[in-house]
Design a protein. Structure first.
Length: 404
């Protein structure tokens, strides 16, 4: 048998064997290193994919995390706020914090604008709006993207709007790309719509969280509206539908303080229906009630939005005129007096003067008084003089320092 390995007692032969073994070990190590590097590359790729997946899920869950983080404070604010303006502002703030949108809109269905079925939505809060997207903008039901959401009664996203066809794109709010919108409902009643443009998070998660925000917003709007109704009922005279005595006196006190703070004039008119007892005795108390209601409706149509009108007692009424000079107040009083005289009230000719008329006492801040109590007293004294001088006239209070 041929001996392939030289005898190891020869130094050159021993060195050759060692060199051969070293070479084989190096080759084996290089192969293992290559496999290891490949395995490490695969592991690194898998880790990178996992990291990207986690980051993606993290971003998607940020919307939900922010919502639940802000929910307690938002819920507290909703229950604390008593006006729809405050609820609307709180909703817009929550939309901004949770979804980080480029634009956002809160549009509410406001009472006093027709029946609920045809009542338009009114934009009450806007984030980064332009000339087209502004507070006060009205959105008709069924028209455009927000109107479609209001009628459908369900949340929609961009894909839903695209499926509805080109008509919505032509009727959308210029410059406002609605990516998600949801109605605020209590039962079948529409209270408003929330809409977002370019929110963060995947569409399905945005829609899901937006529904939760809308549910809380609907509750807040409903409570604010119920509070407003109760407040209005508590402040309103049931017969005439104007402010009752407590409310008009409170309003007068607030307006006097405001006039003092802003250094602006203020006027009040104290009106009394002439010979009202005679009207009641002659025509009956039901006819007298109708006269009170019709007369207050007429006066209410003649005053400004910033004026306050209330029943002061019986057939006596108080009109508060902010930022009004004595001359302006006298003109307003004369306008009211002459319009009442010229109106065809029932059984007017049976009155001692042959018509329905009023006597009016006029007093101004600061010319005639420096407080609400003294202003009322001055107007009452002027009213007494008007009645003593024959009724159906306007009398002006005595300036400060000239009284007897």
């Amino acid at each position: 048998m041929i001996d392939l390995i030289p005898p190891l007692d020869s130094p050159p032969a021993a060195l050759a064997v060692v060199a051969a073994l070293a070479s084989l070990a190096a080759v084996a190590l290089a192969a293992r290193t290559y496999r290891t590097r490949r395995e490490l590359a695969v592991v690194r790729a898998e880790l990178d994919d996992a990291r990207r997946t986690l980051e993606r899920h993290g971003r998607q869950d940020e919307v939900l995390a922010r919502f639940f983080h802000d929910f307690p404070e938002f819920s507290r604010r909703l229950h604390a706020h008593q006006s729809r303006r405050e609820v609307s502002a709180a909703l817009l703030e929550l939309l901004q914090r949770v979804f980080e949108p480029q634009e956002a809109v809160v549009a509410l269905s406001l009472e006093g604008q027709g029946g609920a079925a045809e009542r338009p939505l009114t934009v009450t809060s806007v984030l980064h709006g332009g000339k087209q997207l502004r507070v006060g903008l009205q959105i008709q039901l069924g028209i455009g993207e927000l109107g479609a959401v209001a009628v459908a009664g369900t949340a929609m996203e961009r894909a839903d709007f695209d499926r509805l066809g080109s008509r919505l794109r032509h009727e959308r709010i210029a410059g406002f790309e609605v990516d998600a919108a949801v109605p605020m409902m209590i039962g079948d009643e529409l209270l408003g719509v929330l809409a977002l443009s370019r929110p963060t998070g995947r569409p399905e998660r945005v829609k899901e969280v937006l529904r939760m925000v809308a549910g809380l917003g609907a509750l807040g709007c409903y409570n604010a509206r119920a509070y407003a109704r109760l407040k209005r009922e508590a402040e309103t005279d049931k017969l005439t539908a104007v402010l009752n005595k407590a409310s008009i006196v409170k309003t007068l006190s607030q307006e006097v303080l405001s006039a003092e703070r802003q250094q602006q004039p203020l006027a009040i008119l104290l009106l009394d229906i002439d010979h009202f007892k005679n009207y009641n005795d002659t025509n009956g108390h039901l006819a007298g009630d109708r006269l009170l209601a019709e007369l207050t409706k007429l006066v209410s149509s003649l005053i400004r939005n910033e004026d306050a009108f209330g029943r002061f007692g019986g057939e006596e009424f108080l009109l508060v005129l902010p930022n009004t000079s004595p001359a302006g107040a006298f003109n307003a009083a004369e306008k009211i007096r002459t319009r009442i005289v010229g109106s065809p009230f029932p059984q007017a000719t049976s009155q001692p003067l042959g018509m329905i008329s009023v006597s009016i006492g006029l007093a101004c801040y600061p010319e005639h008084a420096g407080s609400s109590t003294r202003l009322l007293q001055s107007a009452d004294e002027a009213l007494y003089r008007a009645k003593a001088q024959g009724r159906n006239r306007v009398d002006i209070a005595v300036p400060i320092g000239m009284g007897g």
